[in-house]
Write a protein that binds this ligand. Structure first.
Ligand code: FAD
Length: 537
């Protein structure tokens, strides 16, 4: 097929315009066009009154070869790359060792699925519950303030992104097109087809829940095993080689190939790994607040007279500001038409995050407004970032009234450094609830100073961003893992523990659902090749 990129058409173009654009670009009559499909559709909203749709199309003609040589130097006309996933190997007929995957978030899920598809019958160990039970526990916390520390927003089948906006795009380099494999698997498990072509695909919470169940069923059908409520509490290491794990109930399992895809909130497991001597480094992360505006105001600021257009959907934004004090403030995990959620996995702590449904039709837009920090802000060794996060989360718990309500402040009051007397027009979506306070006490001074500078700067890009009644809720601390479990660039094994494959967000190799899933595929391939190489010896 031939790939045509960067074809721009007006937002309100009629159905025949795409075909006309193809014929005109390739300079062919309609009879020579066999078929086409949309590989990607994005938009350019820089001119609000003239928003353009931007297409990447895959086209089949009766004369592909002739056209490809005719347009050999044309930047927008190329051969369509091979998007099929090709397994790197297959399991030996007599499999002597089953790999273990710890954690069943997007990373562990894709690692286990790809291992199972190659015939390796992986054993997945997940500390949380299966997704329907987990949903009850998570909603139980939001509605009744009853926290289950092993089954919540962070822990359980599907991992941290299960109750999320389900954004499925990532900026990681993906030369092998693994993201296509991930999207294809998601569609096969029930995600809407449109995720294959829109430039910023998202699924939303409830669709994710059903998809995760289907993918679990496929892994089991292929001979894999998935064990819930199985927390790994210990790792067996002999002469620098991992040999197995001990579960919380004392059961031991043996394998010399173990993926550790535990997410950014498995603080107890990080401590265990550190105590066992697995090499870990502190790494930068970010902290801040969630900001909420009415979605209609964001739509208007981004799309002007086209606000509400069905193709454009609820508007998102991406903002960054470099502050005078040397810090960078940026928007993170923006959830159009969504809600702010309570995301702690530990008792007596408050953590914010955001989620939405596929329809993105809740009243408010939310995003995290966070400040980048690095290990020099929290000296004290590889795990010092965890203590830094815990301190801020405990403080937020106290500021919120010590009952899991979150501390919150209107943007106007935050900028004026005063405690607001009442909410404005923006209603808080955070459950269980919020307590109005002065958030200046919730983060280190340099963070507050940076966010105070950034919000008015963001207002220049999104009119109304610094609106008095917009609402800040805190604290956002789990933006990424505060550690990096170092791995070898080629074998993907821990640099000092053979057979241990650190993976996904918790190990510092992903930041989001898609990049974690891509990392899962890479890890599965590395484990499979290593198992086969050892089987030959
Ligand atoms: P996780 O998804 O965190 O999975 C790790 C799993 O390991 C967990 O299920 C955990 O229970 C398990 N585990 C931990 N320790 C152990 C142990 N000792 N033994 C056994 N199991 C263990 N990203 C996006 O790209 N788009 C979004 O819209 C988005 N929204 C989000 C909304 C919320 C509320 C949250 C919390 C996160 C969101 N994210 C989003 C981030 C995204 O969820 C993560 O980047 C992603 O889930 C990381 O995948 P992972 O597999 O590496 O880790």
């Amino acid at each position: 097929m031939i790939r045509l990129s960067n074809i721009q058409l007006p937002l309100d173009h009629d159905a025949s315009a795409v075909e006309s654009a193809i014929l005109s670009m390739l300079e062919i009559p309609a009879e020579k066009l066999v078929s086409f499909n949309v590989f990607r559709r994005g938009y350019d909203a820089r001119k609000k009154t003239n928003i353009m749709l931007i297409y990447t199309l895959d086209v089949e003609t009766t004369c592909n070869d002739v056209l490809l040589s005719q347009f050999a130097d044309h930047q927008q006309i190329k051969v369509t790359p091979d998007l099929d996933y090709h397994p790197v190997t297959q399991a030996p007929v007599t499999l002597t060792e089953r790999p273990i995957v710890i954690g069943f978030g997007p990373c562990g899920l894709l690692a286990a699925l790809v291992l199972a598809q190659m015939g390796y019958k992986p054993i997945v160990l997940e500390r949380g519950k299966e997704v329907r039970e987990r949903t009850k526990d998570t909603f139980g916390f939001w509605r009744k303030k009853i926290l289950n520390t092993e089954s919540n927003v962070q822990f359980g089948e599907g991992g941290a992104g299960t109750f999320s906006d389900g954004k499925l795009y990532s900026q990681v380099k993906d030369p092998k097109q693994y993201s296509r494999k991930v999207l294809n698997e998601f569609v096969a498990a029930g995600a809407p087809d449109e995720i294959l072509y829109v430039s910023k695909p998202h699924i939303g919470t409830f669709k994710l829940v059903a998809m995760v169940e289907k993918m679990r069923a496929q892994i089991i059908e292929l001979g894999g095993e998935i064990r819930f409520s199985c927390r790994v509490d210990d790792l067996h290491i002999e002469n620098g080689q991992v040999t197995g794990v001990t579960l919380a109930d004392g059961e031991q399992l043996h394998s010399k190939h173990i993926a550790i895809a535990i997410g950014h909130s498995a603080r107890d497991t990080f401590e265990m790994l550190h105590n066992k001597g697995v090499y870990i480094e502190a790494k930068p992360f970010s902290v801040g607040f969630r900001i909420e505006h009415e979605q209609s105001s964001i739509d208007k600021a981004r799309f002007g007279p086209n606000a509400g257009n069905e193709i454009l959907g609820a508007a998102d934004y991406k903002l960054v500001h470099h502050c005078k004090n040397g810090r960078s403030v940026y928007s993170f995990c923006m959830c159009p038409g969504g809600t702010v959620v309570a995301a702690t996995s530990e008792e007596n702590r408050v953590v914010t995050n955001g989620m939405s449904q596929y329809s993105r039709n809740e009243r408010n837009a939310n995003s995290a407004i966070v400040v980048g920090i690095d290990p020099s802000d929290y000296p004290g060794g590889p795990l010092a970032g965890i203590e830094f996060q815990r301190k801020l989360e405990s403080l937020a718990y106290e500021l919120g009234g010590s009952n899991y309500d979150a501390p919150a402040q209107t943007v106007g009051a935050f900028l004026r450094n005063e405690t607001p007397k009442a909410l404005g027009t923006v209603e808080p979506s955070f459950k269980p609830g919020i307590k109005l306070t002065n958030l200046a006490d919730a983060l280190p001074d340099f963070c507050i100073e940076a966010i105070r500078e950034a919000i008015p700067a963001f207002n220049k890009k999104i009119r109304g961003f610094a609106f008095d009644d917009a609402l800040l809720t805190g604290v956002e601390t789990r933006t990424s893992a505060p550690i990096n479990i170092k791995r070898d660039n080629d074998s993907l094994e821990s640099i000092n523990t053979k057979g241990l494959f650190p993976a996904g967000e918790g190990a510092g190799y992903a930041g989001g659902i898609m990049s974690a899933a891509i990392d899962g595929i890479k890890i599965a391939e590395a484990m499979a090749l290593s198992i086969n190489a050892k089987a030959v010896k």
